[in-house]
Design a protein around this ligand. Structure first.
Ligand code: NAP
Length: 218
C-alpha cells in the first residue's frame, strides 16, 4: 500500500525543525512523499497575527525545493474561508484512491488541540495522524485524548519522536524583529526571502504581500 504524508502547519516561517521532522517521518513510516500544506487562513489564529499566505507559501517552496520527496500544495492558500484540515483531507481523499494511506503530520502540541478542530471525529475516517514530539511536550499528555476520541480513533494518532531541534517559528520571528541572525535555523533561501521582503520587522509589514512575479526566486 502506498502511503503519503501531509505536513500541515502555518509555517510562519518554515524552519529546519519542520524539515528535519518531515524527513524523519518520511523514512520512519516509509512514505512515498511528503506534501507540505501551508495553512491559508488558520481558523484558530487572529488574521492580523499571521503573515500573508502567499509569503508563507513561497517560503515553504524555497525550503523544500532541494528534496525530491517533498512537495508543496496551494490547496489551503487558494481555498476561500478558514483553512479547516477536514476540507483539505476530504480533498486529498478525492485525489488519491482508497488504497493510498494518508498520514497527516503536525506538531504534538497542535494535535493536543484536535478535539477543537472542525469535524474532528470525521478526520479519523480520512487519515492517520502523526504527532511529532517537540522539546517540552510529553507524549503522556496525549492519553487524555483517548477519552474523547474512543479507542479506534485514538489508535490512529501516532506520536513520533524526532531529533529534538528546539527551533520555533515564534522564536525566529522574534530574532528577526530584534535584528538577530536566523542563519542555521532556516534554510538560506528562506532567510534571504525574509530579508528581501522585510518580513517580521513590524506587524504592518507581515501582512503586506506583493503580487508574485518572476523575480520572486531572485
Ligand atoms: P500551531 O498552533 O501554530 O502550532 C502548534 C505547535 O506545533 C507550534 O509549536 C508549532 O511550531 C508546531 N507545529 C506546527 N506544525 C508543525 C509541523 N508540521 N511539524 C512540527 N511542528 C509543528 O499550529 P498550526 O501550525 O497553526 O497548525 C498545525 C496544523 O493543524 C495545520 O495544518 C492547521 O491547519 C491544523 N489545524 C487545523 C484546525 C482546524 O481544522 N480547525 C485547527 C488547528 C490546527 P512552529 O510554530 O515552530 O511551527
Amino acid at each position: 500500500m502506498t502511503a503519503i504524508g501531509i505536513m500541515g502547519g502555518t509555517f510562519d516561517p518554515i524552519h529546519y525543525g519542520h524539515l528535519r521532522a518531515a524527513e524523519e517521518v518520511r523514512q520512519g513510516f516509509g512514505l512515498e512523499r511528503v506534501i507540505f500544506v501551508p495553512s491559508g487562513r488558520p481558523p484558530h489564529k487572529p488574521a492580523e497575527e499571521v503573515t500573508a499566505p502567499e509569503h508563507r507559501y513561497v517560503m515553504t517552496l524555497l525550503a523544500t525545493a532541494d528534496n525530491p520527496y517533498f512537495e508543496v500544495s496551494r490547496m489551503e492558500i487558494d481555498r476561500e474561508g478558514p483553512s479547516y484540515t477536514l476540507d483539505s483531507l476530504r480533498e486529498f481523499r478525492r485525489i488519491y484512491s482508497p488504497e493510498t494511506a494518508l498520514y497527516f503530520i503536525t506538531g504534538l502540541d497542535a494535535v493536543l488541540g484536535i478535539t477543537s478542530w472542525n469535524g474532528y471525529m470525521e478526520l479519523f475516517d480520512l487519515a492517520d495522524f502523526i504527532a511529532v514530539t517537540r522539546p517540552g511536550y510529553s507524549v503522556q499528555a496525549l492519553s487524555a485524548l483517548g477519552v474523547y476520541l474512543g479507542e479506534d480513533r485514538f489508535a490512529k494518532i501516532h506520536p513520533f519522536p524526532v531529533t529534538l531541534l528546539a527551533i520555533s517559528s515564534r522564536d525566529i520571528r522574534k530574532r528577526v524583529r530584534e535584528g538577530k541572525s536566523t542563519k542555521y535555523l532556516v534554510p538560506d533561501p528562506v532567510m534571504k526571502y525574509i530579508e528581501k521582503e522585510g518580513l517580521y520587522r513590524r506587524d504592518a509589514d507581515r501582512r503586506a504581500v506583493r503580487p508574485a512575479g518572476p523575480d520572486i526566486m531572485a
